[in-house]
Design a binder for this molecule. Sequence first.
Ligand SMILES: [Zn+2]
Length: 309
Amino acid sequence: MDIQEFKGSLETAIDFFDKHEISLLKGQEVARALCILSLSSVENGIDVRNIYFDYQEIYKAVWGSEVEANKASQMVRKHSDIIKGCFEADSELNTHLNANGNAGLNLQIESTKGGHKTQIFLLSREEKSKDLNRQGPIHVISYSPVQLPKVYSLTKPFLDLRLQPLVFTAFAMILITIAVVAFFSFIGFINWGSKPLNIVIILSMFPAGYVLLKIHEIMEKGVTSLPIFMAPVTTRNAMLVLTKERQNDQVALKMKAIVYDCKCGMCGENILIEKSREFRGRYIGKCAVAPTEHIYSFDHVLKTGKFLR
Ligand SMILES: [Zn+2]
C-alpha cells in the first residue's frame, strides 16, 4: 500500500467528517476516530501492517473513557451498520475521496479466536484494483504485504524486529546446545537418570532443529516461510523476511513476519508462495488455478515477481 496515498485519503476523510453540516451519528464518529487513529499511527512512522485497533481503543477515542473489553465491543458494535456503511465502495465518504483524487478507504475487521483481540483497521481501496495488475505487463506481478490475519503474542515482536547480532547469535547458540544435548541423550551418551526427563530432552531436538533450519534458511535466502507455531496453519503466504532499513544514517537489519497478497498476472487468481524443488529451493509464486503454468519468481525486497514459465 502506498503510504503517502493512504495518508492523503485519511486527511481528506477527516476533513470530510469535520465539515459535515449536521452533527455526526455515533457510527460516523467511530469512522472518524478510526481515520484519526490511523493517521496518527502513520505520522508516527508505524508500519501500515501494524496499524490496527481494538474495540477498547476505539471506544476510548469516541466516548473518552476506558471500559472493559466486552462493554467496549458491545457499544461500538451497536453502530456497526453505520460504521461499515461509511467505508463501502459507493459510500458518501468514498465518493468524496474519489472526487478529490484520493483512493477510497476500506474497513477490515478481523475477528477474535482464542482470546486474541479483534483487529479493526483501514486499508486503501486502491489495493483491490491494483491487485489484478491489469494495466501492467502480465509478466510482472506485485506482492503486497498485508497484516497477518491473526497475530499471536509470540509473533508480535517479529512484526518489526530489529536484529541485534549478539542476541541473535546467542539465541542460535542456545538452540544448537539444546539440539546437541538432545542428540547425545538420544544416542545414550548422556543419561538424565529418569526416563520421562530423557524423553522430554530428546523430543526438544525437533523444535530446536526446526527453528535452526528456519534460521539457516533466512540467513541464506533472506526469506523463509513463517514457522508453523507463529501463525495459524491455514494462513497463506505467511513469510519471515530479512530487510535492511536506513534510520538516521544507521542501517538496521530487520526481521519481519509478513503475509503477501498477490494475484496472477495471467488470470487474476491468487498466487501462493512456496518453496520449489524445480527452482532449486527458491521461493516462487504459483497460481492457485494453474500452478504448473503460471509461475513467478518471488522477490521479497522489490516485492515483485517475474514470469518464470
Ligand atoms: Zn494464473
